[in-house]
Design a protein around this ligand. Structure first.
Ligand SMILES: C[S@@+](CC[C@H](N)C(=O)[O-])C[C@H]1O[C@@H](n2cnc3c(N)ncnc32)[C@H](O)[C@@H]1O
Length: 185
């Protein structure tokens, strides 16, 4: 893992420390390269981590993984303590379906999303997103970024309430802001 990625994941780990207290099981939905969730799993060996995606784009493969159809994730209601959607929703064809599944599988849902600054050029932002995906070797062809209004509408429509939220430091060159949301019904 390169130094820059290691530093940002260590920074994330510090930010998430309090949110992971009393958590025994986590499902990472849209695990992508799976590098971030493996980094957390390495540091929290007592938590059971399971990963799912609609395609296998993993660069680390030690954790249990399932490919699903993008609609129904094959686990029981409330089988996990936490569902994680780390930069996943904006790549989903139907984000509402995925968020509803996340909420069915766990009482608490962690969402990481970014918002594009108002003064940023939307075309340039799309170009930069696809460039970042290419660098990570992530083959995603959908990118529908949220703004605060559309994301909060999605949370409301899914019956989820924001219990905690904070900004995640972003060190890249894009005009975006990243946020963590802790949600529950
Ligand atoms: C930017 S990547 C996510 C990065 C990853 N969560 C991480 O922590 O680095 C977006 C992922 O969303 C996945 N995805 C797209 N539609 C999905 C769906 N309906 N359900 C779950 N994952 C989906 C893509 O296959 C891709 O792996």
């Amino acid at each position: 893992m390169d130094h820059f990625l290691h530093e940002s994941l260590s920074e994330l780990m510090d930010l998430f420390k309090s949110s992971l207290k009393h958590v025994d099981s986590v499902i990472d939905i849209g695990t992508g390269t799976s590098i971030p969730v493996h980094f957390f799993a390495d540091h929290y060996p007592d938590i059971k981590f399971v990963t799912v995606d609609i395609a296998d784009l993993r660069q680390r493969k030690e954790l249990s993984f399932i490919i699903y159809d993008g609609k129904i994730i094959p686990f029981r209601d409330q089988e996990f303590d936490v569902s994680v959607l780390n930069e996943t929703l904006h790549h989903c064809e139907n984000p509402e379906t995925v968020l509803r599944e996340a909420s069915r599988l766990a009482k608490t849902v962690f969402v990481v999303e970014h918002f594009v600054d108002h003064e940023a050029d939307p075309e340039k932002n799309i170009e930069e997103e696809f460039f970042s995906l290419k660098v990570l070797n992530l083959d995603c062809n959908i990118y529908k970024p949220f703004d605060e209004e559309s994301l909060f509408k999605l949370f409301r429509e899914t019956g989820l309430v924001i219990k905690d939220r904070f900004e995640i430091p972003y060190h890249g060159n894009r005009k975006i802001k990243k946020y963590f949301f802790k949600l529950s019904t």
